[in-house]
Design a protein around this ligand. Structure first.
Ligand code: DAH
Length: 339
């Protein structure tokens, strides 16, 4: 029995020496020290020993168990250290490697220009309001003094959802919606998409963007309109820009005007950029028609106001010297990444 114990110790220590995997270590522990292990099997036979032999063998068995237990513990620690070392090696970071670059998106040129325009008007005390793109005929035309048979409807044909509901052709209906809800003083701009039944080419698109402006209060005059627009254009195009007002007609303003800015390139001489005109048309505007005010429940005897409408694409095209409107909508990164 003594020999058997010594053999178990020797075999276990040898096996431990060669062992490299955590699971093998566990298997060995069960095989030698477990309930059905080799050592336990020996101890079960202790009863067959004589009274003198029993304490001797007992002591030896204990010794063998302690030796093996200790050796297993040491091996365990060794394996753990090795594992940690291996992990550290594996997870080592080379800080000199170049980083992975994420490609950021770009702000669309129309958004850049729109944000700038908003900023300018906010600076002059305007609020920004939204209006629906699907609109009633009443708001888009009727309330703006464009009755059913008015020739202005011809140039603003659009998609009709029903006889009375359409895709708005202009942002001007927002004027009506605001005046119906809010009593003066009113100072708003309203940017948004508008739709017209136009074939696509370099300067036309069935979908484009406008920015509407509206000011209503007591004692608002054409001088306020001129001052506001002059400030706006100078902030947008620079302090040296020159503008002119050209008489025009819009059904919802009286008097009405179109505003041109002097060509930046030729200073009014006439060149390729302004098509020889010397001036570039920027927006439409005028004093809100008394009929429109009373349509919205605002007393034209007490209040007056001005309105303006500009095309966002146009402003952006001027700003970046873009000669084809379609570029804005094609989502070509080569184009978009330039702004
Ligand atoms: N809604 C007009 C258009 O689409 C633009 C316009 C002109 C708006 C004069 C206005 C304005 O508010 O006063 O052609």
């Amino acid at each position: 029995m003594k020999e058997q114990l010594e053999n178990i110790r020797k075999a276990a220590l040898n096996a431990l020496n060669e062992l490299n995997i955590q699971q093998d270590l566990e298997n060995l522990r069960v095989k030698v020290l477990g309930k059905k292990g080799e050592l336990t099997a020996i101890l079960k036979q202790m009863g067959t020993l004589s009274a003198e032999e029993r304490p001797v063998i007992g002591q030896l068995a204990n010794e063998v168990r302690t030796t093996i237990e200790k050796a297993i513990e040491e091996k365990q620690a060794e394996l753990k250290a090795k594992e940690t070392e291996r992990k550290l090696q594996e997870e080592k970071i080379d800080v000199t490697l170049p980083g992975k670059r994420h490609i950021l998106g770009y702000k669309h040129p129309l958004s850049i220009v729109l944000d700038e325009i908003k900023e300018i008007f906010i600076g002059m005390g305007f609020n920004i309001v939204d209006g629906p793109e699907i609109e009633y005929d009443y708001y888009n035309f009727e309330a703006l003094n464009i009755p059913k048979n008015h020739p202005a409807r011809d140039t603003q044909d659009t998609f009709y959802i029903t006889e009375n509901i359409l895709l708005r052709t202009q942002t001007s209906p927002v004027q009506v919606r605001v005046m119906e809800k809010q009593k003066p003083p009113i100072r708003i701009i309203s940017p948004g998409r508008v739709y017209r039944s136009d074939a696509i080419d370099a300067t036309h698109s069935p979908l484009f963007h406008q920015i509407e402006g509206l000011v209503v209060d007591e004692g608002i005059t054409f001088a306020d309109l001129k001052g506001t627009l002059e400030t706006f254009i100078k902030r947008l195009y620079g302090e040296n820009s020159v503008i002119r007002f050209r008489p025009h007609h819009f059904p919802f303003t009286e008097p009405s005007a179109e505003v041109d800015v002097q060509c930046f390139s030729c200073k009014g001489e006439g060149c390729r950029l302004c098509k020889g005109e010397g001036w570039i048309e920027i927006l439409g505007c005028g004093m809100v028609h008394p009929k429109v005010l009373s349509n919205c429940g605002i007393d034209p005897e007490k209040y007056s106001g001005f309105a303006l409408g500009l095309g966002l694409e146009r402003v952006a095209m001027r700003r970046y010297n873009i000669d084809d409107l379609r570029l804005f909508y094609e989502n070509d990164v080569r184009f978009l990444s330039q702004f």
